[in-house]
Design a protein around this ligand. Structure first.
Ligand SMILES: [Zn+2]
Length: 156
């Protein structure tokens, strides 16, 4: 994961300054809701970030329209990255919160061209709690989706 962490206040963050044209960026696409530009870190050649134009920190702070627009731009950029760089794989990565490995607190999604043994790794420690626990987790999320009651944390 990248080590750079942007702790600027909302409206002054690095992506807001980029959207405002205050700092240079290698922009590849923009529309009224999103902007796509080259990640300065370039984990692999063709690595693009898709961000909301409006400042919103995480997935939980953007509108459904912005969420849809970001995914549409990511798909469009991924198609162009395939044509331009022909990677055998493409990974989308979207991080929320410091514990979720977010480092710039302005909503964005990575479009990462992937190659065999390219050094990118996400550890995935499977817990496999069993069907009863899965059903309990599902019950909590369904209740939250319906707004029935405040969800109880499974660990409580
Ligand atoms: Zn911002």
């Amino acid at each position: 994961m990248p080590m750079f962490v942007d702790t600027s206040p909302p409206g002054q963050c690095i992506f807001c300054r980029l959207v405002a044209g205050e700092i240079p960026a290698a922009t590849v696409y923009e529309d009224h809701l999103t902007i796509a530009f080259m990640d300065i870190g370039q984990v692999n050649p063709g690595h693009v970030l898709v961000a909301t134009k409006r400042h919103a920190a995480t997935l939980l702070d953007i509108t459904p329209e912005e969420a849809a627009a970001v995914m549409q731009t990511a798909q469009r950029v991924a198609q162009a990255v395939r044509l331009a760089f022909d990677p055998p794989g493409i990974t989308l990565l979207q991080a929320n919160g410091r514990e979720g490995d977010q480092t710039v607190f302005h909503f964005h999604m990575h479009v990462v061209p992937r190659h065999a043994q390219d050094g990118i790794a996400l550890t995935w420690p499977r817990k496999e709690p069993g069907p009863a626990v899965l059903q309990a987790y599902a019950d909590q999320i369904r209740a939250a989706l319906l707004g029935d009651s405040p969800p109880q944390l499974a660990n409580d």
